[in-house]
Design a protein around this ligand. Structure first.
Ligand code: ZN
Length: 262
């Protein structure tokens, strides 16, 4: 498979295993070569820091802790700062609990951080009916972040609590081009089916229901720790439920997460 370079000016396309040393930082304002899809003459673009890697190896799509193995997790850092940590991947977003209604500065920061090639997604953003601020203020902040996700062509990682009907309504009305992933999904098989049918992605942690793990088509299984355990614990549990070896489950999750960002 041809390797690709990606820069801060467009969608991050990060392939490869940074932990194996394929990650290369290139100074600012250096023309970057992007091999064309047809394999012909590469495009030349002026970009910022670049990452040059061959395949993605993320096995934890949502955590808050920098993993010991660079590139093995998508680390949510809120509105920043993003650590200068070579080979790691990040998501940035304004959590619904942190929305105030006067969030212009946060959105400006997010707009800037989303240009970084090591920031792969916007999140956590979302709706939480059990927490303040009121739903209309949370929703306004969510829609602003949806716009940023679309502008930067990066998917959203969503925190959704007791607001599934509303998030389904928003997805149908806003028609995002980017993927929306509901993290920490703990619902049952019927709700999982409904959300997958509406085009959502779901990631499962230690608290996921066994029957839900079994009900989700294997090609759609995504895993996360939310910073609450090691990724091995989540993957071992999924492997046990599915009757797979942990190594097989890890490969499945890595492949599905790689597809999520494709
Ligand atoms: Zn989280």
């Amino acid at each position: 498979m041809p390797s690709r370079l990606s820069g801060s000016g467009g969608r991050s396309r990060v392939h490869g295993s940074p932990s194996k040393g394929f990650s290369v930082a290139v100074p600012e304002a250096v023309p970057a070569m992007t091999p064309s899809r047809s394999g012909g003459t590469p495009d030349l673009r002026i970009t910022g820091t670049l990452f040059f890697v061959d395949s993605m190896k993320i096995k934890d799509i949502h955590t808050h802790i920098l993993p010991s193995e660079p590139g093995s997790a998508l680390v949510c850092v809120g509105c920043g700062p993003v650590p200068q940590a070579q080979g790691h991947f990040f998501s940035v977003g304004l959590h619904p609990w942190d929305v105030t209604g006067s969030d212009g500065e946060s959105f400006r920061i997010l707009d800037s951080l989303l240009s970084r090639p090591d920031v792969l997604a916007l999140g956590e953003s979302g709706l939480d009916a059990l927490r303040m601020p009121p739903a209309d203020i949370q929703e306004k902040a969510f829609i602003r972040q949806f716009e940023l996700s679309e502008t930067h062509s990066k998917p959203m990682i969503l925190h959704v609590v007791r607001a599934f009907d509303r998030i389904i309504h928003l997805k149908k009305s806003l028609k995002p081009a980017q993927k929306w992933l509901i993290h920490g999904f703990r619902g049952g098989p019927e709700q999982a089916r409904q959300l997958l049918g509406c085009g959502f992605s779901l990631s499962l942690g230690l608290a996921a229901r066994e029957e839900t793990v079994l009900s989700i088509p294997r090609g759609f299984l995504l895993a996360e720790t939310d910073g609450k355990c090691g990724s091995d614990a989540v993957i071992s549990r999924i492997a046990g439920i599915l009757g797979l070896e942990p190594g097989e489950a890890e490969k499945l999750i890595e492949s599905n997460i790689s597809d999520f960002f494709a």
